[in-house]
Write a protein that binds this ligand. Structure first.
Ligand code: SF4
Ligand code: SF4
Length: 427
């Protein structure tokens, strides 16, 4: 018998009718895009279950954690360190939204030419449809792109518990010092609200949990080097998306179980697509749930996605935090800063590491082409994509740049371009 979560949603202040409409669209899309795939690994059943309960059981778990005195911390960017949140026994949840919801309301507060990711965050708040946002004790923003930076000033009027981290724009020593100072301030904020002191032991535990989660994601990424591909790009993206919501220990175990199964598939040369299927690397803006448009188009156009150079993908999970035998809190904080400072988001200038990582991923995943995914009005990635495209093409790597948003209006046009690109890489 299914559980009635409506009293819980109501208590969180959601608009039940709007929320019903969102879940119904989400459920149908999930059925059509994910469950309609054939020959999926058995291990995906866990992730299907998580998605079926993404606004149900997981929210109940968050509320149960709050009842035990734990704090729920929401964030919009991979620069917000989960390790610190775990060090005060908090729960970290991602708040980025991937659906066009209440955009008309959002556009009363933001210019129309704001990227869909930011508009979606506003739409979910104004439309009262996000139980994660409403369950948060603290919502953490960060000064990355100008769009987010300025939008947080307006979001501050809508959310009573917003905290903004300042971030550097250059990979310099002073930039690193800024990041460290901001992480120290954030740690103090977490300590104040949780009543717990971050000790070296507590931080080491947090680092260990997050490192293990990242190791599992690295393992999944490496298994996608195999040909034929043992898992679809859609399913691998879903796993990465769920990494922002799920309990980290349970998630890590489930990804490792999936990887065990994929290893067996690879030994048996069992793929989700035939061996000769064109292999695509997707690079660019993050894809938050339920933003599945481009991967769905690619994978229903006779190609398979073998890697995501994205914050919901390898850019977000690359590099572990060195924990070693450091027992001093300040050294552990330095290790944390070192790890996050390597994230090659396009908000940094210059940002040569990212191009290098795209090339490396193209080679290690045995890809045949790169699709650079830009959200419209995302200046950092749209501008950077020009140079990335030129330099990849110069190096003989076929590249297609797609600029899009969360609507379905351009799906046919994108499909036409993707199909032509696949024909090109097939030679
Ligand atoms: S793309 Fe940049 S701003 Fe967006 S989540 Fe990644 S690091 Fe943060
Ligand atoms: S997609 Fe681009 S513009 Fe939008 S929030 Fe991310 S970095 Fe900023």
């Amino acid at each position: 018998m299914s559980v009635d979560y409506r009293p819980m949603w109501s208590q969180l202040g959601l608009d039940l009718n709007a929320h019903d409409a969102l879940l119904s669209v989400l459920g149908k899309a999930y059925q059509d895009i994910f469950l309609a795939q054939t020959d999926r690994p058995e291990g995906m059943k866990y992730f299907d279950f998580v998605m079926s309960e993404v606004h149900g059981l997981r929210i109940k778990e968050l509320l149960d954690a709050k009842a035990e005195g734990r704090k729920v911390i929401g964030s919009y960017c991979v620069f917000v360190p989960e390790e610190l949140i775990l060090a005060v026994d908090g729960v970290s949840v991602g708040l980025c939204a991937g659906a066009e919801f209440a955009f008309a309301e959002a556009e009363k507060l933001l210019p129309r030419n704001t990227c869909a990711l930011i508009k979606s965050a506003f739409g979910f708040k104004l439309g009262k449809v996000c139980p994660y946002l409403e369950a948060c004790d603290l919502v953490v923003g960060e000064n990355t792109c100008d769009g987010k930076k300025k939008a947080y000033e307006t979001l501050d009027d809508l959310i009573k518990n917003l905290y903004v981290i300042d971030l550097p724009q250059m990979k310099s020593e002073s930039g690193k010092a800024l990041l460290k100072a901001e992480y120290q301030k954030f740690a103090a904020k977490l300590e104040e609200m949780s009543g717990k002191t971050i000790t070296a032991e507590r931080l080491r535990k947090g680092i260990e949990i997050v490192n293990n989660k990242r190791k599992a994601l690295h393992r999944l990424a490496a298994l996608r080097n195999a040909s034929p591909a043992p898992i679809s790009g859609l399913d691998a993206l879903l796993v990465n998306q769920i990494s922002f919501y799920d309990d980290p220990l349970r998630f890590t175990n489930s990804v490792n179980a999936l990887c065990d199964e994929l290893e067996t598939r690879i030994k048996a040369a069992q793929g989700v697509r035939p061996q000769q299927t064109p292999r695509i690397l997707v690079s660019g803006c993050p894809m938050a749930v339920p933003n599945w448009k481009l991967p769905w188009i690619v994978e229903t156009s006779s190609a398979v996605i073998v890697g995501e150079e994205s914050c919901v993908g390898e850019r977000g999970s690359r590099n572990l935090t060195q924990d070693g035998s450091d027992t001093r809190l300040d050294l552990l904080m330095d290790n944390l800063v070192e790890r996050y400072f390597k994230v090659d988001c396009a908000v940094f200038t210059p940002n040569p590491d990212r191009l290098q990582h795209i090339r490396e991923m193209f080679a290690t995943h045995n890809a045949q082409g790169v699709i650079h995914y830009n959200l419209q009005f995302c200046q950092p990635y749209q501008i950077e994509s020009g140079g990335v495209e030129r330099q990849l093409e110069d190096a003989g790597i076929p590249t297609l740049v797609i600029d899009t948003d969360y609507s379905q209006e351009d799906a046919g046009q994108i499909r036409t371009r993707v199909e032509a690109f696949i024909e090109r890489i097939q030679g």
